[in-house]
Design a protein around this ligand. Sequence first.
Ligand SMILES: Nc1ncnc2c1ncn2[C@@H]1O[C@H](COP(=O)(O)OP(=O)(O)OP(=O)(O)O)[C@@H](O)[C@H]1O
Ligand SMILES: [Mg+2]
Length: 225
Amino acid sequence: MIIKANNLSKVYKGKVQAVKNVTISLEKSKFYAIMGHSGSGKTTLLQLLGLLDKATSGELYIDGENVANLNENEKAKIRMGKIGFVFQAFYLNPKLKAYENVMLPMYINENYRNDDLKEKAMNLLEQLGMSDRAKHYPKELSGGEQQRVAIARSLANNPDCIFADEPTGNLDIENEIIVFEILKKLSREGKCVLVVSHNEIVKKYADKLFYMDKGILREEISNEI
Ligand SMILES: Nc1ncnc2c1ncn2[C@@H]1O[C@H](COP(=O)(O)OP(=O)(O)OP(=O)(O)O)[C@@H](O)[C@H]1O
Ligand SMILES: [Mg+2]
C-alpha cells in the first residue's frame, strides 16, 4: 500500500464542503479513475491525496507515514520523490525545449546530482515516443505531444504514483487514447496511477472506478463477469 486516506474532508473558506469523509487506499500497479460532475470535488480530492492541499479533517498516510506530522518542506520532499502530476493544461515552460522541460524537476533532486540529466530526460521522451520532438519548444508541438512531454516530466524523479487531473481534457479522441494507453502501460509497469476524468473512455482502463458526487466518493463495482 502506498497512500491511505481515512475520512478525509475538505471545507473551503466560505464553507463549501468539497470533500466529505473519503476513505480510499491506493496501491502500486493499479489504475484508479475518478469520474463525476463538475464541482463534485474531484480536483480537491486529488490535491489532498497528492499533498498539494491540506485536509480540514481526517487522516492521510503515505507509505505508513502520517502526513499530518510533516512540515511543508517534508511534504514537498515526499511529493517530489513519490508523486508525479499531469494536468489538463500541460503547464510546460514555453521558453524551454521539450527535453529541458523534462529535466527541470531533476535539478532539485539531490539523488541525481551526479547523473547525466539530459540523457535521463531523453530516455523518458523515448519511452513516450517523443525522441524526434525532444528539441522542439512547446509551441512547436501538438496538444497530444505536449501532454506526452508533460507525462515524461511527471516521471522525471521516478515517482511511485502518477496523479493526472483531466489529462485528456484538451485533446482529440486519437490523442486521448494515446494518453490513456500510456498511463495504463505505466500502471502495468508498477506505477500507481490516479486519473480524474469526465471521459467515459477512462472506464475501459480503470482497475478501480470511483464516482464523486457532492464530495462523496463511491466505488463503482463492475457488473461485468
Ligand atoms: N480554492 C477554493 N476555494 C473555495 N471553493 C473552492 C476552491 N476550489 C474549489 N472550490 C469549490 O469546491 C467544490 C469542488 O471543486 P473541485 O474543483 O474539486 O471540483 P471538480 O470535481 O474537480 O470539478 P471540475 O470537473 O469542474 O474540475 C466546488 O464547489 C468549487 O466551487
Ligand atoms: Mg477539477
